[in-house]
Design a binder for this molecule. Structure first.
Ligand SMILES: *Cc1c(COP(=O)(O)O)cnc(C)c1O
Ligand SMILES: [Zn+2]
Length: 500
């Protein structure tokens, strides 16, 4: 539809113009900095930053109901720059002009309600939000759309040129970073650091295919992160990890999308997501808070962060009920099938601590919880979800496992419904499915396959068949007829089929 086809009172708001005044704000010392330069940490105290809109109150002057209409009508426009995270332009990056926006098809991922069998298992209605249906097959694309649009904006203004974008990754950050950087390849080159053998072959293939410089480093993600931090402190590079607050801003779209998908009614909703470097949960909390403060949603949903017992620093932190006594301690990670969340020292922890407190305060009682799950439950839940029509990755399985734990503990009641983040596509992690089906997980995963969840291909080639086809060597006549008959008989026996 075209703008003139919409109600008169909405028309002036449909196509956003640059507005607001964004600044970096330090979570440690509170100092503020302009956005003419890409900053990741406070130059004064070294703490992480969040981006704040000094003119956010102008958004509150428009009623929540009007905003809901603006976003719903805007969704019908055929303007590419407004089809991704910038559908929520005023909240995601109001200063970015539309012609600086990089849109590669990210965000607005489908929300799929589970069938009866799966809902029965949880005892409540559940939905998967399929973030694997983003262009690089994970939620990271939302943050990259934001970070690279900002970089393009700086390039267009002549504030930077010949950017080298760099990141450390558990696999998906590098896939997304390399993809978005390659779209701007005339101005932006990318380099990614991956922990050797700790990303899947599919995830390794992605940045290679996008033409990034790919470096494999011994150790785990936390080691790679230290190296890119050193590089970003000492050299002229643009850091694309979620330490970069523009990533957080873009990923807030996840919350806005959920609000829109449920007609902005989030009473009795529970949003479940995995926690790794904690950028995602930071963005999700921040997003819901902004929609709440502007009256676009009237209730804050519950949020449940999930961690594997093999990488659980956030879970451990919140085990201590007394906020005064909590001390954050990084953990040494052990192998996890939720490999993209295998992080012992999450960079966004100070943001999480800050925002969780604010969220619970605004909600009036505790609304954010952290659940811990076993590796076994992650795999069992992923496979069960996918045997019921989903395309969940291991982290999607982790969310289902986390929801079951939360149900057991009474954190989620019968009248609530849950939205689970399948943060990536199942295919990225099919190697873990393979290890499960073939029962060859290394011992330190502590995973024993359950026979009812395993599945293997069966070779059908009866021994008495003299002639079988091969590529370039087809069968003909009698031989072909015999081959077709013998194989179909064999399959009919295996499937116990009745003749008609
Ligand atoms: C990055 C990632 C996570 C963890 O998200 P954080 O923002 O690091 O907490 C979970 N699942 C997948 C598939 C990821 O790529
Ligand atoms: Zn500071």
């Amino acid at each position: 539809m075209k703008p003139e086809d919409f109600p008169k009172e909405i028309q002036p708001y449909l196509i956003p113009k640059p507005s607001g005044e964004l600044i970096y704000r330090c979570l440690g010392c509170g100092k503020e900095y302009g956005i003419q330069k890409l900053l990741y940490v406070c130059p004064n105290c070294g703490q992480v930053l969040l981006i704040h809109d000094r003119e956010f109150d102008r958004i509150k002057k428009i009623p929540g109901k009007t905003w809901r209409q603006i976003f719903d009508y805007r969704k019908m426009l055929n303007i590419p720059s407004l089809k991704g995270v910038y559908l929520f332009h005023e909240f995601i990056g109001p200063v970015i002009p539309l012609d600086s926006i990089v849109y590669l098809g990210e965000a607005h991922t489908p929300v799929i309600e589970s069938n009866e069998q799966l809902s029965e298992m949880a005892g409540i209605r559940i939905y998967f939000k399929n973030d694997g249906q983003n262009p690089s097959a994970s939620f990271k694309d939302r943050g990259m759309a934001s970070a690279l649009s900002y970089i393009k904006y700086l390039i267009c203004q002549g504030l930077v040129s010949d950017v080298l974008a760099i990141c450390a990754s558990t696999g998906d950050t590098s896939a997304a970073a390399a993809l978005y950087a390659s779209y701007l390849q005339q101005h932006v080159k990318s380099a990614v650091l991956l922990p050797h053998k700790k990303v899947t072959p599919q995830q390794l293939a992605q940045p290679l295919g996008s033409g990034a410089a790919v470096f494999e480093i011994p150790g785990v993600f936390d080691d790679c992160m230290k190296i890119v931090e050193a590089l970003s402190e000492n050299y002229n590079v643009a850091l694309l990890n979620s330490k970069n607050p523009w990533r957080i801003l873009g990923q807030e779209s996840y919350s806005y999308e959920i609000a829109q998908a449920f007609e902005y009614d989030l009473a009795d909703k529970v949003v479940v997501l995995p926690i790794g470097n904690a950028g995602n949960i930071t963005a999700v909390i921040s997003g819901f808070l902004k929609f709440y403060e502007t009256g676009i949603i009237e209730k804050l949903p519950k949020i449940i962060g999930v961690q594997s017992e093999h990488a659980n620093p956030v879970y451990k932190y919140y085990l201590e009920p007394d906020a005064e006594k909590r001390r954050f301690k990084p953990v040494t990670v052990r192998p996890s099938v939720a490999q993209a969340a295998m992080i012992g020292n999450p960079v966004s922890m100070p943001r999480v601590i800050h925002l969780v407190e604010k969220y619970n305060q605004q909600a009036g009682d505790q609304h954010i919880f952290v659940a811990q799950v076993t590796e076994q439950d992650i795999m069992d839940c992923q496979l069960t979800a996918n045997r019921n029509g989903h395309v969940a990755c291991t982290h999607g399985g982790e969310c289902l496992a986390g929801l079951l734990v939360a149900r057991q503990k009474g954190l989620v009641t019968d009248d609530e419904s849950a939205i689970l983040d399948s943060t990536a596509h199942a295919l990225k992690f099919s190697g873990f499915q393979g290890m499960y089906f073939e029962n060859n997980f290394p011992a330190d995963y502590h995973i024993t396959p359950r026979s009812e969840l395993t599945n293997r291909p069966k070779m059908v080639c009866p021994e008495d068949l003299k002639h079988v086809p091969a590529p370039g060597k087809p069968l003909h006549g009698e031989n072909l007829t015999h081959f077709v008959n013998r194989i179909s008989e064999e399959i009919a026996i295996l499937l116990d089929l009745q003749r008609i």
